[in-house]
Design a protein around this ligand. Structure first.
Ligand code: ADP
Ligand code: ZN
Length: 210
């Protein structure tokens, strides 16, 4: 199965992508994580992406499309994959189609802007390995310390309140049209994000079986 997870920043795409990944035993591919890794490594890709990411803007289509193209060509993707955070523009969706990729389902996580703002303020990431946590929803065992690598947890620059509103604006303007793109193909399944992660997961898995 090839699945796309759509939704605003902080809607919980990453968490649900992991759930589906375990359920279907296919990799979850997060373009945000790929780009952050490149930034940490200081690679040419990272240098191209950093400024846009820090400021809550989208990285140029050709850059992200290149990342996805390389990633889905890898061996572990032959039985399918979950795309988390891609496509984020109609041009990216068209590029995926042009690569000959047949998407089975698009799950759109709907979460109101006010909830998003509250959630993003509690998000923390590990500066060492990039693992994601949340003060309320997914706390680390020891406050401020990564469970998997022991490094410090920090607030992502783009999770600072001033940048969050910009990211929501970008989402509404550039990413929401992607819903209509897939809805017209009969592939869009909308799920209301619930207060509890497990409740959302149950709805997401149901959408995959429907
Ligand atoms: P979130 O979904 O919480 O915004 P991500 O980790 O998915 O976070 O993305 C972080 C940033 O990475 C985005 O704000 C954007 O700058 C960049 N990015 C990720 N995916 C894409 C994409 N498909 N197209 C353009 N930029 C992207
Ligand atoms: Zn870590």
């Amino acid at each position: 199965m090839k699945i796309i997870l759509l939704g605003a920043p902080g809607a919980g795409k990453g968490t649900q992508a992991e759930v589906i990944s375990r359920h279907l035993n296919v990799p979850a591919i997060s373009t945000g994580n790929c780009l952050r890794e490149a930034v940490r490594a200081g690679s040419p890709l990272g240098l191209k992406a950093k400024d846009d990411m820090d400021n809550g803007r989208l990285v140029p289509d050709d850059v992200v499309i290149g990342v996805v193209k390389d990633r889905i060509a890898m061996d572990d993707c032959k039985n399918g994959y979950i795309l988390d955070g891609f496509p984020r523009t109609v041009a990216q969706a068209e590029a995926l189609e042009a690569m000959g990729v047949e998407i089975d389902r698009v799950v759109d996580l709907e979460v109101p802007d006010e909830t998003i703002k509250r959630r993003l303020s509690g998000r923390r990431v590990c500066e060492g390995c990039g693992a994601s946590y949340h003060l309320d929803y997914k706390p680390s065992k020891q406050e401020g310390i990564c469970d998997s690598c022991g490094k410090a947890l920090i607030i992502r620059k783009d999770d600072e309140p001033a940048t969050v509103q910009d990211r929501l604006d970008v989402y509404h303007r550039q990413t929401e049209p992607v819903k209509a793109f897939y809805s017209a193909k009969g592939k869009l399944f909308q799920v209301e994000g619930q207060e509890k992660v497990e409740d959302t997961s149950a709805l997401v898995l149901k959408a995959l079986e429907a």
